[in-house]
Design a protein around this ligand. Structure first.
Ligand code: BGC
Length: 761
């Protein structure tokens, strides 16, 4: 049924329309019974359903219905598996249908700028392309069930410290390339029904009243057609927000801001057409849900199994010195650590799910082998309990191998506040080191939402990163530890050795009023790799129980226009004796020198499953955006003419194959020629290049360099032709007065000629 929403809006009173622009309560939109507008519900999100029936809050304090907690985004991003995320989205969509939830609040695609952000567990990656792909798949999955999503938190919300007032100071290029890019691609590809604007300000302006962000970028440029809702309590000036493009305020404000809207219309301060359009946008999505209800299933046991599968496909094997998979036969294995018995599998705050059950590793392992167990540490406070430690060391010593389940306790990371350091609790670090002294076969399994320092990494044989793996994490861990599942996750973020290595270190979390993103586009591996800095584990890294070989990299052309699409193919072979999955990553390295850019950037990836000795050809595409950077001279994406390397890689530091493509730009950058234009800028334009090349010889002579190789003057010995050319590049046109004896008038004439050439007149 196609509703005539415009006609419905016409029937509404001013007060009804204003009322439609804020929630009825914490989780519902208002309805208008006489016009058949239903009250619909929204709920958190993102990795499962947090539907609160009674006492509502946005920090996960009060109980919600029993549901299934899927692995959090920090884990699922490591799957690099679009289909898997879509599948998870479908299930969540089904659950929403069964529970009558019209929009589920997520996915969250904010970039992991610092390991300290308390909410990193809810976010996908330090890389905007990966984040956008995971988000778009999640959105497609949920929305295939006629349930809306709300991609959040738009935008530049990368810390919890003063999140409701702090201004993220980000330059235009960095915003576009890093912080908006994840939203942009997800909005264009996933078409979410709603977008949630963030709490913070961006360059001084609240996201909730930022016209440039909510209208010019989101709607006019990216083509977003749904409605924008505020994060809970993010509204500052309601009328300004509405004008800027914030349709729905959440939660309700007791009618106060509805009155402000109606008043503003009456006083002529707000065009009623702006209100009508906002209501129309909200109603389109309300009716999209209400008119397309489908039978939803909420089979908790089935979803629990899927949660285990997703986590097993996401875990990252960081280290394996011939210890994993563990053999269940004839070996005495000890499981150590509280998280073996009571895993930490989700983070605190608004995404906190009331899980209907949890599978711990200790429980799951019962189906495989009998293990011994010792708790080892306490999660409530970070103190070494000597008796607990001694018992754990003894249990580990008596076994053939010890698996230590460690990580960050709840208090160490959560929505609402940031971490103050990157360390694990001292009691856990001590436990691992003490056990490593008596047991040579140690595997550490980590439960954390963001990187931790690993001072014991060289003392253990295996490290498995489980992240915050959802309620079935224990099952997934046992499946990977004992080889039922071959691990295939790859890191969606770099793990640095220490916090001070991180590029935002000196500018996080700011002074409370502002936070300056001074590292610019050099976020995560873009920084570490460009700086050639050693890291504990690089972006895109992860081991398997088998090995893969890459060969035969082919490009569909060795020269393209920036408007063309380049097809890239290569062969991947499983060279081991176990079936496994490999994530083939495609990075692009800009060799044109047209801007200061990271040495490489991820532009595509594919996950491929291979039987032992099987070989497959994989294909990926690259388009203009894969080569481009955001050029603030034209306020647009720009791929300069020149060479780009295409790198097929197993991680950002493990480049297996490369080829070069020449990209020809179809964009001509505008050039304004004036007295202080340097000679080096002129060759950027082909026509000014021709003019200046015609003058090169005489310029060189005047600079004192020899243009004639035969002529061996003293001056030419001091300054070679190459040196002269290099020096000239940095000379402004006005310097021709001093060095070439040109008059100001002659230079001005030259400028007119150059400008005419630049403008193609
Ligand atoms: C969070 C959002 C969440 C909302 C509703 C806010 O505090 O930032 O992510 O969706 O609360 O719970």
């Amino acid at each position: 049924m196609k509703r005539d929403v415009k006609a419905i809006v016409k029937e509404m009173t001013l007060e009804e329309k204003a009322g439609m622009c804020s929630g009825k309560d914490f989780w519902h939109l208002k309805g208008v019974e006489r016009l058949g507008i239903p009250e619909v519900m929204v709920s958190d999100g993102p990795h499962g359903l947090r539907k609160q029936a009674a006492e509502a809050d946005h920090l996960g304090l009060n109980e919600s219905i029993q549901a299934v907690c899927f692995p959090t985004a920090c884990a699922t991003a490591c799957s690099f598996d679009r289909d898997l995320l879509e599948k998870m989205g479908e299930r969540i969509g089904d659950e929403c249908q069964a529970e009558d939830v019209s929009v589920i609040l997520g996915p969250a695609v904010n970039i992991k700028r610092s390991p300290l952000c308390g909410r990193n567990f809810e976010y996908f990656s330090e890389d905007p392309y990966l984040a956008s792909q995971m988000a778009a798949s999640h959105i497609k999955g949920v929305q295939s069930k006629n349930v809306g999503t709300s991609i959040k938190h738009f935008a530049a919300n990368n810390q919890e410290h003063r999140r409701m007032s702090c201004s993220s100071e980000v330059d235009e290029r960095t915003l576009r390339e890093i912080y908006l890019a994840a939203f942009e691609t997800a909005v264009k590809e996933g078409k979410p029904d709603t977008v949630m604007c963030s709490y913070n300000r961006i360059n001084g302006e609240f996201a909730s009243e930022n016209h440039w962000l909510l209208t010019e970028v989101l709607r006019d440029e990216w083509g977003f057609e749904g409605y924008v809702m505020s994060d809970w309590g993010a509204v500052n000036d309601r009328v300004k927000g509405l004008k800027a493009g914030l349709e729905l305020e959440m939660p309700g404000s007791g009618g106060h801001t509805d009155k402000e809207i109606a008043e503003a219309v009456k006083k002529g301060e707000l065009d009623e057409a702006v209100l009508d359009r906002a209501v129309e946008r909200i109603l389109n999505i309300v009716f999209k849900f209400a008119d397309n209800r489908q039978e939803g299933k909420f089979d908790k046991e089935e979803d629990h199994k899927l949660a285990a599968k997703i986590e097993a496909e996401s875990m990252v094997l960081l280290k394996n010195e011939d210890i994993l998979p563990l053999s269940a036969q004839g070996k005495k294995i000890a499981f150590i650590g509280k998280f073996a018995e009571a895993p930490r599998f989700q983070g605190g705050g608004s995404s906190h799910i009331h899980s209907f059950k949890t599978t711990s590793a200790l429980e799951a392992v019962k189906d495989v082998v009998q293990v011994t167990y010792a708790q080892g540490y306490d999660v409530k406070e970070d103190v070494v309990d000597q008796a607990m430690l001694d018992q754990a060391v003894q249990t580990a010593k008596e076994a053939d191998a010890a698996v230590i389940f460690a990580g960050l306790p709840d208090a160490f990371e959560s929505e609402g506040y940031d971490r103050s350091h990157m360390r694990m609790p001292q009691c856990q670090n001590t436990l691992i080191s003490e056990i490593a002294k008596v047991q040579e076969n140690v595997v550490v399994v980590l439960h954390n939402g963001s990187p931790v320092e690993m001072p014991w990494a060289d003392q253990v044989k295996g490290i498995l990163e489980a992240y915050l793996g959802g309620q079935a994490v224990g099952q997934a861990e046992v499946d990977v530890l004992f080889g039922k599942v071959n691990p295939s996750g790859k890191l969606a973020e770099t793990i640095p050795y220490k916090l001070s290595d991180n590029p935002s270190y000196l500018n996080f979390p700011g002074d409370g009023q502002t936070v300056e993103y001074k590292e610019g586009v050099f976020v995560g591996y873009r920084y570490y790799d460009t700086k050639e800095m050693p890291v504990r584990y690089p972006f895109g890294y992860g081991l398997s129980y088998t090995t893969f070989e890459y060969s035969d990299l082919q490009l569909s052309a060795d020269r393209i226009k920036d408007t063309d699409t380049l097809k890239v193919t290569l062969k991947v072979k499983n060279t081991g004796d176990r079936a496994g999955k490999e994530v083939v990553q495609l990075y692009v390295a800009d060799k044109t020198g047209s801007a200061s850019r990271p040495v490489k950037e991820l532009k595509n990836f594919v996950k491929v499953e291979l039987q032992p000795q099987e070989e497959k050809t994989v294909e990926m595409e690259l388009d203009k955006r894969s080569f481009a950077w955001y050029n603030t001279r034209i306020h647009d994406w720009y791929a300069a003419s020149g060479e780009y390397e295409i790198l097929a890689a197993a991680s950002s530091r493990d480049i297996r194959l490369k080829k070069t493509v020449y990209v020809e730009s179809t964009t001509e950058l505008p050039l304004h020629v004036h007295m202080n234009t340097t000679i080096g800028e002129l060759p950027e334009n082909p026509r000014t290049k021709a003019v200046i090349e015609g003058m090169t010889e005489s310029l060189i002579q005047h600079m004192g360099g020899s243009s004639d190789e035969e002529e061996e003057s003293a001056a030419s010995q001091a300054i070679s032709k190459e040196m002269s050319l290099k020096m000239m590049e940095n000379s402004p046109l006005r310097s021709m007065r001093s060095f070439m004896g040109m008059s100001t008038e002659e230079i001005q004439e030259l400028i007119v000629k150059l400008q005419a050439a630049a403008d193609n007149r």
